[in-house]
Design a protein around this ligand. Structure first.
Ligand code: SF4
Length: 385
């Protein structure tokens, strides 16, 4: 894995976290809710002998139900919500000319990197929590109230391609009324382990659908799993909101692929908005240094700590050296991500009906007081790892 954090202690955490989830599931007083990140569905199958780049979304949902989770939600819903909140933040910073470039905040490896090495740029980070943390906060507020369950009895589990998310889950900034938004983080590999422990025949499972109300995600959300995906998703929405025009071709190919630093310019009512995308922390450093020296100017930047983005995160199935010689795993898994996007009926976050509903019923507007209370966070300068 390429993850920069927690790797030496990853193995220790793993055993403990799987046990913790089994304990929660077997405790009748606990209502255990799981959500899965976009990149998990294009890699989990590899643990069961399926080829790299196989999409197993439906089987993954079926497996999670059989493992015993009370609700199976999609982090894609949280990703769509992130686009609404972060897109609105971008529009407001562009209008005020403040704290630009806006920097994405969904990757904990990147956020921690800024906190340690570029603390003077902390205000450039979006205040948005990551999609999984946003969704955790809504499970313990909106969903708990809807179901009449005491949020203290809800256990939120996130299945992530990432080892760094284990640290993120414990950040005290990511809690509300003394409860963590996400209680336990399992990696893709750990989920595979649980499915095996449960004796489930994964390959022969039927395809099943996520549960409501956080089961609907768009194509814009699923592409969060590959480098450039968050920028593409944000641009799809910001373009339509600012210009009022329909974006006919939603595929913004300039931001795709495994080039170290990518750039895109989008015309928003005559204003040229410049975006840059970096993946891997050495590219991130190059990008930030170019911004600091004034060599380059951007309005929006997306960074993912892992080369290729979450598809090759530190918690994903490990690919042996022989296979890696034959193919670029980042490219194969990303292909599956873009295929999933093309197959989804809705491909823009602001068109997700569940998103419209949660603003109408609960949050009001993006960046509202309630949104800030539940979906946004802050950062701290950190001296050492
Ligand atoms: Fe985790 Fe994805 Fe960031 Fe890697 S790129 S550290 S998998 S969030």
């Amino acid at each position: 894995g390429q993850c920069i954090m927690a790797c030496p202690v990853g193995a220790l955490y793993e055993k403990e976290n799987i046990k913790e989830v089994w304990r929660a599931i077997s405790n009748p007083e606990k209502f255990v809710v799981v959500q899965t990140a976009p990149a998990v569905r294009v890699a989990l199958g590899e643990e069961f002998g399926m080829p790299i780049g196989t999409r197993v979304t439906g089987k993954m949902v079926a497996a999670l139900r059989r493992v015993g989770f009370d609700k199976v939600f999609d982090t894609d819903f949280g990703a769509d919500l992130t686009i609404m909140e972060e897109g609105t933040e971008l529009i407001s910073r562009l209008n005020k000319g403040e704290n630009l470039p806006l920097m994405t905040s969904c990757c904990p490896g990147w956020v921690k990197f800024v906190e340690h090495y570029y603390p003077e740029m902390i205000d450039n980070l979006s205040t948005c929590k990551s999609p999984s943390e946003m969704e955790g906060a809504l499970i313990k507020s909106y969903f708990a109230a809807k179901m009449g369950i005491d949020p203290k009895n809800i256990v939120t589990v996130s299945i992530m391609p990432c080892v760094g998310k284990k640290f993120e889950g414990q950040r005290e900034e990511l809690s509300h009324e003394g409860m963590q938004d996400v209680d336990i983080v399992l990696t893709t590999r750990e989920l595979a382990q649980m499915i095996k422990e449960a004796g489930i025949d994964f390959k022969n499972l039927p395809d099943e659908q996520f549960d409501n109300p956080f089961g609907e995600g768009t194509g814009a959300a699923v592409i969060f799993g590959a480098t450039g995906g968050v920028a593409e998703a944000a641009l799809r929405t910001v373009y339509e909101v600012i210009t009022g025009n329909d974006l006919d071709n939603v595929e913004i190919t300039a931001v795709r692929g495994v080039t170290g630093i990518k750039e895109a310019v989008i015309d928003l009512n005559g204003r040229q908005v410049k975006a840059a995308i970096a993946h891997g922390l050495s590219n991130a450093r190059r990008l930030l240094d170019m911004i600091k020296s004034g060599e380059r100017q951007y309005d929006f930047i997306e960074v993912m700590a892992c080369p290729g983005g979450c598809v090759t995160g530190g918690g994903q199935p490990i690919v042996d050296a022989k296979t890696r010689e034959k193919m670029d795993v980042r490219v194969e898994r990303a292909k599956a991500i873009y295929e999933e996007d093309r197959h989804l009926p809705i491909r823009k976050s602001h068109k997700n009906p569940d998103i419209t509903r949660i603003y109408e019923e609960f949050l009001g507007q993006p960046n509202s007081h309630k949104s800030h209370e539940l979906l946004h966070t802050h950062y701290v300068k950190r001296d050492r790892f």
